[in-house]
Design a protein around this ligand. Structure first.
Ligand SMILES: C[S@@+](CC[C@H](N)C(=O)[O-])C[C@H]1O[C@@H](n2cnc3c(N)ncnc32)[C@H](O)[C@@H]1O
Length: 274
């Protein structure tokens, strides 16, 4: 089969190729922290100048993905027939990792992303009657009408909110809280300290600049969402899963526990609605 053309992905959608490449590069290592043969296969199936992203031998995206897996799985253990809504799923392979991890075969999956990403997923990933896809913005809330909340809803926004305007990101959270009582939502954001640098788009290599990230929140602002957004019952500030090497684990442990260092750490948050 000929390779799929990745050049249709531009702007924020192009960043899905970067995060995929980082996970696949990690997965290729013999001592990899992530088991993700599907990510490797995806990279090998896409015709794209991946070299433009520069240095991609790093663990962070794999650790982020595994942290999302851990809490998605936790919800599915309690709600085995729930629907997972993966907003801005990009070229994540989370469904296949969770499916292989023995969480049962009752949960359903809904991918919401922009049309060029959905076209690639449709072409390159195995189809399943438990997986549905919607090619539209997550900010067009009509996707919510396609979710059956009866058996539970777990919403992931891995690598999305930072690319939205603050009112869009907070509006999305508020609408999810209103529409899915009993559900949960997970998101990540970059460190507040780097807000000035990433706001205008950050150069990660000579040939690639990551698009602007206008939305960040400090851990204390995030904790306060329970008071400011109706429908949020609890907010959990989550540690990342451990990585490879004492240095990175020591660093992550320290950042997570020393409040003075809060501005320097990325955040991963779980919201409980109800
Ligand atoms: C950094 S990538 C993250 C992809 C994937 N979640 C991951 O972690 O690899 C950002 C993703 O957001 C998607 N995206 C950007 N704006 C969106 C919107 N308004 N609605 C839905 N998806 C959006 C892009 O198409 C892209 O897939």
């Amino acid at each position: 089969m000929s390779k799929a053309d990745g050049s249709a992905l531009t702007g924020v959608s192009e960043t899905a190729l970067l995060t995929l490449l980082v996970r696949a590069t990690e997965a290729r290592r013999p001592d990899s922290v992530i088991d993700d043969p599907m990510a490797i296969k995806l990279v090998d199936s896409i015709d794209f100048d991946f070299g433009k992203f520069g240095f991609t031998r790093r663990q962070d995206m794999a650790l982020r993905a595994l942290t999302f897996d851990q809490y998605t799985r936790g919800y599915l253990v309690d709600h085995p027939s729930a629907t997972v809504v993966a907003l801005a799923e990009g070229l994540q392979t989370s469904f296949y990792r969770l499916d292989a991890a023995g969480v049962g075969d009752q949960f359903r999956w809904l991918t919401v992303d922009l049309p060029p990403i959905i076209e690639l997923r449709d072409r390159l990933l195995p189809h399943s009657d438990r997986v549905a896809m919607i090619a539209q913005s997550a900010l067009d809330f009509s996707w919510m009408d396609r979710v059956d909340p009866t058996d539970g809803v777990f919403i992931t926004t891995e690598g999305l909110l930072m690319y939205l305007q603050p009112e869009e990101a907070l509006g999305l959270i508020a609408e999810c809280a209103k529409r899915f009582p009993g559900g949960q939502m997970m998101f990540d954001l970059p460190p507040v300290f780097f807000a000035w640098w990433i706001r205008g788009g950050s150069r990660v290599s000579l040939r690639y600049r990551v698009p602007p990230m206008p939305f960040v929140l400090s851990p204390s602002d995030i904790a306060n969402l329970v008071n400011t957004v109706p429908g949020i019952r609890a907010v959990h500030d989550l540690p990342m899963v451990p990585g490879r090497g004492k240095l990175i684990n020591g660093l992550m442990w320290t950042l997570q526990r020393v409040p003075l260092l809060d501005p320097l750490r990325p955040v991963v948050t779980l919201l409980e609605f109800g």
